[in-house]
Design a protein around this ligand. Structure first.
Ligand SMILES: Cc1cc2nc3c(=O)[nH]c(=O)nc-3n(C[C@H](O)[C@H](O)[C@H](O)COP(=O)(O)OP(=O)(O)OC[C@H]3O[C@@H](n4cnc5c(N)ncnc54)[C@H](O)[C@@H]3O)c2cc1C
Length: 315
């Protein structure tokens, strides 16, 4: 089987690399940052299709990822399932519910919802802790014969020359490499805190006033902001105040002990770019997963390995 180079070592690059190995390819990862300093290393990460398009494909990818995470449950590797409440309104896309096992999603009685929520669904969903899961994927990649090259790529032509097949998993980095006008950041500021006693939840119903709490094994993540086209990667103390204020208004009066304030830029497009490049047909693009990279990563990775395997067998 021909070799493949995966460019990028965030959650999309690592799952892509593992999935290609599982399909029988010899795989190398090339990236300008190793997994520990990527956007992927900083975030929650809870399973929920937030700020990702198109809806139909994302739901299918999310579903495949959900079942893959079920096979991978192991707290040592950072994969568990936790009960999680999601607020919704009549405008919300709740089609993700159909992707979960029948009977596993329940309506939460209004009196049990955080203040400010009118309707909410509760289900057991994957919680993927990047600090444990990314190193686990990387070690599995190396022990299956993978190699890593620490390098930056500047153009598609350079990318295409890397290997027989190349998969572009560069997240927001693809903007410069592909001159992609459609790719833009959604800035997220989050607070990493000591664990809270409350139930984990998200209220994504108000654009610009996102609120969520994810209790993890050793800490909690409280979010956040969702500002379109904002490239500022520095912490903004006003955002920290806004987040804490929204948390208090939700009925949580325990003052969280802030351990770290983090900022990340979600790589958003009108649709995830998931296709062979029209000018460089040995390059497959897999980027632009917005606020749901962890939610869909395995779904994309498994599907693209099937596509590349089919191409490799027919060429
Ligand atoms: C605040 C916040 C909270 C979030 N919470 C969640 C959540 O709870 N659940 C969820 O599913 N998703 C969540 N997300 C979204 C998720 O973090 C992203 O969708 C995901 O991390 C994107 O992964 P990626 O691998 O595409 O990108 P990245 O993690 O950014 O990795 C990109 C890789 O490409 C490399 N690269 C880039 N440019 C080049 C270049 N020119 N040459 C070589 N290498 C290059 C980088 O070095 C890096 O290795 C959140 C995002 C934010 C900001």
């Amino acid at each position: 089987m021909k070799s493949v180079t995966v460019v990028g070592s965030g959650i999309i690059g690592l799952t892509t690399a593992r999935s290609l190995q599982e399909a029988g390819f010899q795989v190398r990862i090339l990236a300008k940052e190793k997994f520990a300093t990527t956007l992927s290393s900083k975030v929650g990460a809870i399973w929920f299709p937030f700020e990702i398009a198109p809806k139909e494909k994302s739901n299918v990818w999310a579903s495949r990822a959900f079942y893959r995470y079920q096979e991978e449950i192991n707290p040592k590797n950072g994969v568990t399932f936790i009960p999680f409440i999601n607020a919704y309104t009549s405008e919300s896309n709740n089609e993700w519910v159909q992707q979960l096992p029948p009977g596993s999603v329940h309506e939460v009685p209004k009196e049990k919802l955080p203040n400010g929520m009118d309707q909410g669904l509760i289900s057991e969903v994957p919680l993927v802790e990047p600090g444990l899961y990314l190193p686990h994927l990387f070690e599995a990649f190396l022990s299956n014969g993978g190699t890593f090259l620490h390098e930056e790529i500047f153009s598609l032509a350079e990318m295409a020359a890397l290997d027989h097949w190349v998969v572009n998993c560069t997240g927001l980095g693809a903007k410069a490499i592909c001159q992609d006008e459609e790719l833009y950041p959604i800035r997220g500021q989050i607070l990493r805190c000591s664990k809270l006693k409350e139930q984990s939840f998200a209220d994504p119903t108000k654009k610009g006033a996102l609120l969520y709490l994810i209790n993890r094994s050793e800490d909690a993540v409280i979010g956040g902001t969702d500002y379109d086209q904002d490239w500022n990667e520095s912490e903004d103390p006003k955002d920290t105040e806004l987040i804490l204020d929204r948390l208090k208004k939700s009925g949580i009066h325990q003052e969280p002990e802030i351990l770290e304030v983090l900022v990340g830029l979600r790589p958003k497009r009108s649709a995830v770019r998931f296709e062979f490049d029209p000018d460089y047909p040995t390059v497959f693009h897999n980027y632009g997963h917005g606020g749901a990279g962890f939610t869909v990563a395995w779904g994309c990775a498994l599907e693209l390995a099937e596509i590349i395997k089919k191409e490799a067998l027919s060429s």
